[in-house]
Design a binder for this molecule. Structure first.
Ligand SMILES: *Cc1c(COP(=O)(O)O)cnc(C)c1O
Length: 378
């Protein structure tokens, strides 16, 4: 049995009949950049996430960039973030001229360890940029409390966490500003690049809106230099059409994750993702940790089972960040995770027998690997 890590075709089949006529309508209208379709999507997403404002932007990366620029973070400033994330998280901090200051992660959730944040704060710190990694929220109460005490902004990288909740609040509605990605493999994906910023702060919203179109305040009048961070209408229509199905898809991922959890329950060689009871994990990725990760990855790949390593190298060890002066060993929990993580197929339409097959294959492999202390189920 071949099992892809992600198959988006069954999702398209669910929206095709509704979506295709809308895309054709848009092509008839020939209004492709921003405009009514983008504004409609922004209203719907703001209502869903629970913020006053939402702004459609060109990608999750540009969402982060606009959030930082909107908060006037730049040269000489420091932003505290996690070393265990997609590159864009730290890349954007560097791009505005600020310095990413890394804080190690929790071993079980692999999210930034809020207990270690205060020690990293200096007079130059302007913001905390936590990532709701793999679809589970960070400890937002703890982070907001630190931010309030030190007067810092909180930028939520919710690119993997749309529809994830912290208690009764949606990811991206809890900090100063939320950043989302509509990259096709995210839980709410469009047909190309796309993203969103959310906030309750009107002044910040107004600034980000201008910065999205080169800092335009009125046509061809620029108070400051912005970027081309516009979303196109075709992507907004895709997002609007898919939004009503998002809750069901996230439930599907949760159901699949629970099935894996059960199948791995007796296997001490596989660490399943830790779930907080008060945080709704939406499993953009289902990530296990195993000792012989590279061996297991090769074994699964040889059998045609899709799997991937998010992420193989901590951000503080990236070549481009050498000038920051970090060294191997600075963030041991993150470095350890990079060696042991493996993401398994978890997309909502994944059939139960495929999950059973993937888990059985992993249980057999991890059992065989060290027969001496085998306690795994067959
Ligand atoms: C996907 C992702 C981004 C960037 O989003 P793009 O739309 O690809 O630019 C940023 N941060 C995290 C954690 C992501 O997973």
């Amino acid at each position: 049995m071949k099992v892809p890590l992600l198959d988006l075709k069954p999702q398209f089949a669910q929206v095709k009949d509704k979506l295709v006529p809308e895309l054709i309508q848009l092509m008839e209208n020939q209004t492709f950049i921003l405009g009514p379709a983008v504004e409609k999507m922004e209203k719907e997403l703001a209502a869903y996430i629970g913020t006053k404002y939402a702004l459609g932007v060109s990608s999750g990366t540009d969402a982060l960039l606009l959030a930082l620029m909107g908060l006037k973070i730049g040269a000489g400033d420091e932003v505290i973030t996690t070393p265990f994330s997609f590159f864009a998280t730290a890349g954007c901090i560097h791009r505005v001229g600020a310095k990413p200051v890394f804080v190690d992660i929790e071993a079980d959730t692999m999210n930034i360890d809020a207990k270690k944040i205060e020690a990293a704060i200096t007079p130059k710190t302007k913001a905390i940029l936590p990532v709701h990694l793999f679809g589970q929220c960070v400890d937002m109460d703890a982070i907001n409390a630190i931010a309030a005490k030190h007067k810092l902004a909180v930028i939520e990288d919710a690119c993997q966490a749309i529809s994830s909740k912290y208690r009764d609040k949606q990811a991206g509605s809890i900090g100063t500003v939320g950043c989302f990605s509509f990259f096709p493999s995210k839980n709410l994906g469009c047909f190309g690049d796309g993203g969103l910023v959310t906030t309750n702060d009107e002044a910040l919203f107004t600034r980000m809106k201008a910065l999205r179109v080169h800092g335009t305040v009125e046509t061809y009048m620029h108070r400051e230099v912005g970027i081309n961070g516009r979303l196109d209408a075709l992507q907004a229509v895709v997002v609007s059409t898919k939004l009503p199905l998002l809750e069901g898809w996230s439930e599907g991922r949760r159901r699949n994750a629970a099935r894996y959890d059960n199948l791995f329950a007796d296997n001490r060689k596989v660490s399943v993702p830790k779930r907080h009871p008060e945080r709704r994990h939406i499993f953009n990725q289902y990530v296990i940790q195993v000792e012989d990760r590279d061996g297991l990855k090769k074994h699964l790949s040889d059998l045609g089972i899709g799997c991937a390593v998010y992420y193989p190298l901590s951000l503080h060890q990236q070549e481009c960040f050498k000038p920051l002066g970090y060294r191997k060993g600075d963030f041991p929990v993150s470095e350890n995770a990079a060696m042991h993580v493996l993401a398994l197929p978890v997309y909502p339409e994944l059939p139960a027998d495929a999950i059973d097959y993937v888990a059985k294959t992993i249980n057999a492999y991890t059992q065989k690997e060290k027969p001496m202390c085998s306690s795994a189920t067959a």
